[in-house]
Design a protein around this ligand. Sequence first.
Ligand code: CA
Length: 228
Amino acid sequence: MTRVLLAEDDASISEPLARALRREGYEVEVREDGPTALDAGMQGGVDLVVLDLGLPGMDGLEVCRRMRDGGPVPVIMLTARGDEDDRILGLEVGADDYVTKPFSPRELVLRVESVLRRSRPAGTGHRLAAAGLAVEPEARRATKKGAELALTLREFDLLAFFLRNPGRAYSREDLMREVWGWDFGDLSTVTVHVRRLRGKVEDDPARPRLIQTVWGVGYRFEPDEAVS
Ligand code: CA
């Protein structure tokens, strides 16, 4: 059974949400403050965390950051409407996705399904490698010069996409569609993930050579120029 940890202090949100998830067959545990949510998340056996940003005791960002240190469990952040800073911060600390309040339980269930689908081995897809980077889609493992990279789900998907499509320029809209599967959305999501991915794969993230910015267009993965 798939276990979802739901960290939300507002019962008017968590109760209908827990009901909707249970109806879909998920096992749901609810926690109402940051420290107990973190404890539950770190105990293992949790397949996905739905994390409210504004939690008493310890905010969602800190909970997410600490959970990330413990392992790669997927996190969906619940953020307040229109607060772009919160959304970007959430992605910066490693959330895989976010949903903006108010949202319907159905909307969140769909998002949970989509994130879980991505977190599971695809069952297809062969090893991709270039410029000292390698991605094994089935194992969901990525390495740089043999050393394992700690990537979130979307960072992994983004790197795999770049490795599959070297030397071509993609706009942020293209990447959002191809990697996220979204036809519309906040393009800063892409910007943040590219920045985070550069921080992990570039020798010098301040002067990226692998994931290059194409001015006025977007980004291009250039494995050949990066070989030094
Ligand atoms: Ca709250």
